[in-house]
Design a protein around this ligand. Structure first.
Ligand code: SF4
Length: 373
């Protein structure tokens, strides 16, 4: 298939594996500790495990799986607030499939549905808006999750709802932003990362320029990457070459999709509808300043938080959950004692075991208990 097969070519992959091994050997000759590269985005985590790229890495190169899976960083208290709203008899609560399985303190949305709440899976916020039009006597709430990649689509849905005069539609907004979060990670003492494979989908919207602070202030390379196996391998090689040469800059491997200035129309819609939250909670990472958005005042009528006033709970992670350490690259999934025992895809203890883009779920799906053995 065009635009797929050429990015999965085994012969080209072998060539890249060889070049990665040669570059890693040269780096290893002048440096003792291994090189740790964080792939920021859950889509890359999925590719790395699905194509077993990790199993072909040289001994001195390892991946750390970053915070770029929105379901994985959804705080438990936010799930509890969503369930509180979903239980209201007048509400049809809508969200994407993965989000229905994230456990809060009182179970997940899918469990709330089993107990009688009207929770429905949709494929886009426009599906939720259509439900609102079709059910004028109900309140339809869409759980608006995700990074800069999905924020434009919910902004445009609010604009359409306003234009169409739909009054029974609102968003429970938990849109988050990656740049302040990367900065918060980088400011941690002893942050164990030597370079980044940057998020391709987010960059499609915001461009590559917002990442420049990483080389300029922290001296680390970042390569914005596509999601096919050759994209990830080529991006890794580009990061390693920068490390070998003692350089640090932002490069764009995914230039077939990512323009340096991003998508201006999408960013304009976001700026029109949303404003920055002073603080935003992330599962496993705590509260990070200005790392999320909420509906701006002119769109307050579409804000489920203002409409239903949930408790805005802060629910700590369950005992034994080490998602926070996996998310910042300090441990690997199988280092958590719960991995594959009390935490499995069919019964997740932590959010990283829910989405296929979560590091623990991806590893468990493709490699089972191999690392833990
Ligand atoms: S195994 Fe489960 S609890 Fe442990 S880090 Fe992974 S998702 Fe979190």
């Amino acid at each position: 298939m065009r635009f797929i097969d050429e990015f999965r070519d085994p012969a080209l992959a072998e060539k890249l594996f060889t070049e990665i091994a040669q570059t890693a050997k040269r780096i290893g000759a002048v440096r003792e500790r291994p090189v740790t590269i964080m792939e920021v985005c859950g889509g890359h985590t999925h590719t790395i495990f699905r194509y077993a790229l990790e199993s072909r890495m040289p001994d001195n190169v390892q991946f750390a799986h970053g915070p770029g899976c929105p379901v994985c960083v959804l705080p438990r208290g936010r799930v509890d607030d969503a369930i509180t709203i979903a239980r209201r008899p007048e509400v049809i609560f809508t969200t994407f499939g993965d989000a229905m399985r994230v456990p809060g303190a009182e179970g997940s949305l899918i469990q709330a549905r089993a107990a009688g709440a009207d929770v429905r899976m949709v494929y886009s916020p426009l599906d939720a808006l259509a439900l609102a039009v079709a059910n004028p006597d109900r309140e339809v709430v869409f759980f608006a999750l995700g990074f800069e990649t999905t924020t434009p689509s919910t902004a445009l849905t609010v604009l359409r709802a306003a234009r169409s005069g739909v009054r029974n539609f609102s968003l429970l907004c938990h849109h988050i932003t990656i740049i302040p979060t990367l900065r918060a990670l980088l400011e941690q003492p002893d942050f164990p990362i030597d370079g980044f494979i940057g998020p391709g989908h987010v960059s499609m919207v915001i461009g590559t320029k917002p990442f420049h602070f990483i080389p300029e202030e922290f001296g680390l390379p970042l390569v914005v990457a596509g999601f096919e196996p050759l994209d990830v391998l080529q991006s890794l090689l580009m990061v390693l070459r920068q490390i070998e040469m003692g350089r640090a800059c932002v490069e764009n491997q995914y230039s077939r999709v990512v323009p340096p200035d991003g998508n201006k129309a999408a960013m304009a819609a976001v700026a029109q509808v949303y404003e920055t939250r002073p603080q935003c909670e992330w599962r496993g990472l705590g509260t990070i300043a200005e790392s999320g958005v909420r509906l701006a005042e002119p769109w307050a009528a579409f804000d489920a938080e203002r409409r239903f006033e949930p408790a805005a709970r802060h629910t700590p992670d369950p005992e034994g959950c080490r998602c926070n350490e996996v998310l910042v690259g300090r441990i690997r999934p199988w280092d958590c004692a719960a991995f594959g025992t009390t935490c499995r895809p069919d019964a997740p203890l932590g959010a990283l075991m829910v989405s296929s883009e979560g590091a623990c779920a991806a590893y468990y799906q493709y490699q089972g208990m191999k690392g833990a053995a």
